[in-house]
Design a protein around this ligand. Sequence first.
Ligand SMILES: [Zn+2]
Length: 224
Amino acid sequence: MIKSHPSEAMLNSFVSGTLSPALSLIVATHIDMCPRCQHIVSELEQELAEQMLATPANLGSADSQMMLEAIFNSQEPVIEQSSEADNESAGLITLEGKQFHLPRALARQRDRIGPWNKMVGKLWRAPLNLSTEETTNLIYMAEHSGVPEHTHKGMEATLVINGRFNDEFDSYTDGDFILLDGSRQHTPQTSDEDCLTLAVMDQPLHFTSGLSRLLNPFSSIFFR
Ligand SMILES: [Zn+2]
């Protein structure tokens, strides 16, 4: 059961197309996994379409005419119910002999997923090349592993694709979306279950405790 969702303001920005490509991807992937947000987004889309139709001035301009046509003739809506075809191999990735099924929005970006690199501990990382200012990575934490305690100078958005991790605040599982800013420090860890996440960062991590301070250069491993 998903308990942590993007804010309604963020969903609004998603619908109106004002999120960066990286945030748009992570929110779209959450929506693929989340019936609650699918419902909210379809209502927001309908409101937006109605607002445009209700404003005669909008209908006059060529721009809005094109936008309306795009909305109503869209061949590939951003939000689609998943289908049997999703289970095709296109959406599967393999790591450490395990297979993970990528949600539809992420599977579409499969060609942009770079090679897996093993990092310190039992962490793996694969970058996503989205031509955007933020850094986007798939991060895999094996069982009983973790990322050293850190704060964020900027924001970090994390989505659990598969598995479970914990930090000081809570425990997160498939579909949970977590947005942190520089005011909170946390230590993501797995226990008996491994965890695959999608993470978007706009600044390097800043490690805060003990020996992990020595690892601060390591933050560049995440942030590149
Ligand atoms: Zn949701």
